[in-house]
Design a protein. Structure first.
Length: 333
């Protein structure tokens, strides 16, 4: 994947009339007000001052359901963003939205703008999970929205969640497999966190919902990541992360970890290593070493407890996502 940068503009919860049980967008973004024109321009210009023109960029509206805004509001944002496209490496406009907020009329409206990427919040392709999570849309809405985006020259990203109410291993794997069949350009995976003040917190307190713990999240996400790696679909984000205090303070329960992707990659290495029979001298790309060793040397300890010492050589010609053993490449997916 080429190096690319997003210039993020947060439009927290704006345009969304739904209340997914897990959502509190105001806390996630730490901003409840719509940004005005001067704020948006300032954000863009601050980012531009730190990024080389040669780096491809998109102006990205995140945080809400963009196409559920009124057309006037969408135009307000898109007109500002459009005035920058074509300059300083800005290649287009990107936003995230709900599948049921995309229809033919919306796509016709958007065709006046240089939209380069649309991310759809699929979250699950299991009907029970969608219903129990208060998503307010079904699988058919996802398929229709995917088809509509596909008809344009717009990159399609899909987001899925794990550990929502009614979710389980098979449902999560099924969702990942269906997403792969839709051939998105990239995917984001968000394990469910219980945030303060959300219906999910209430469900948990009443005993109707049990959040997944970190161990089961790492285990299941490693199988999901393996599927996407095997299908060569980039997972550009694994885990919700924000350093904003308001967000961190809002987490009541759930598998939060600031280095979740590292934990999951470490688990994939552990699984791949378990399948091989010595010799244990392996070669690995330097950037994969921390995954090989595992978080807190988890994998080193795991194998030492079984009488095996991992002996490795760093070699930056080894492809990432696996290691060489006896001259043969062993992929981790
Ligand atoms: S659609 Fe998005 S913004 Fe709206 S309630 Fe659900 S998660 Fe929150």
């Amino acid at each position: 994947m080429k190096i690319h940068s997003n210039i993020p503009i947060f439009i927290s919860h704006q345009g969304c009339h739904y209340n997914c049980v897990y959502c509190n967008q105001r806390l996630i973004t730490g901003k409840a007000e719509l940004p005005n024109k001067a704020q948006i321009k300032r954000t863009i210009e601050v980012y531009l001052s730190t990024l080389e023109d040669a780096i491809p960029k998109e102006i990205a509206f995140f945080g809400g359901s963009f196409t559920a805004l009124t057309k006037e509001e969408q135009s307000f944002y898109l007109d500002i963003a459009r005035s920058y496209v074509g300059q300083h490496g800005i290649e287009g406009i990107r936003f995230s939205t709900r599948p049921d907020a995309i229809d033919e009329e919306e796509m016709a409206f958007l065709s006046d703008y240089p939209i380069s990427t649309i991310e759809l919040g699929v979250q699950s392709l299991d009907t029970s999970v969608l219903r129990a999570s208060g998503r307010g849309h079904g699988i058919v809405d996802v398929l229709r929205a995917v088809n509509l985006v596909r008809q344009k020259e717009i990159a399609l990203g899909l987001q899925m969640m794990t550990g929502l109410p009614e979710d389980h291993y098979d449902a999560a794997i099924f969702t990942a497999e269906k997403i792969i069949s839709l051939k998105p350009a990239f995917v984001r995976i968000y394990p469910t966190l219980v945030l303060k003040g959300t219906p999910l917190e209430n469900m948990m307190n009443k005993g109707f919902y049990t959040p997944w713990n970190l161990e089961e999240t790492v285990e299941i996400c490693s199988d999901i990541l393996s599927l996407f790696m095997g299908a060569q679909i980039p997972v550009i984000r694994l885990g919700l992360y924000s350093s904003e205090k308001s967000f961190l303070d809002s987490i009541v329960a759930g598998p939060y970890h600031p280095a979740l992707r590292g934990l999951v990659m470490g688990r994939l290495y552990q699984k791949a290593l378990k399948k091989i029979v010595g010799p244990w001298e392996i070669e690995i790309h330097p950037k994969e070493l921390s995954y090989l060793l595992g978080h807190g040397k988890e994998n080193v300890i795991y194998f030492e407890q079984r009488g095996i010492s991992l002996v490795y050589t760093l070699n930056d010609t080894v492809p990432r996502g696996g290691f060489l053993q006896g001259g043969h490449f062993v992929p981790i997916h």
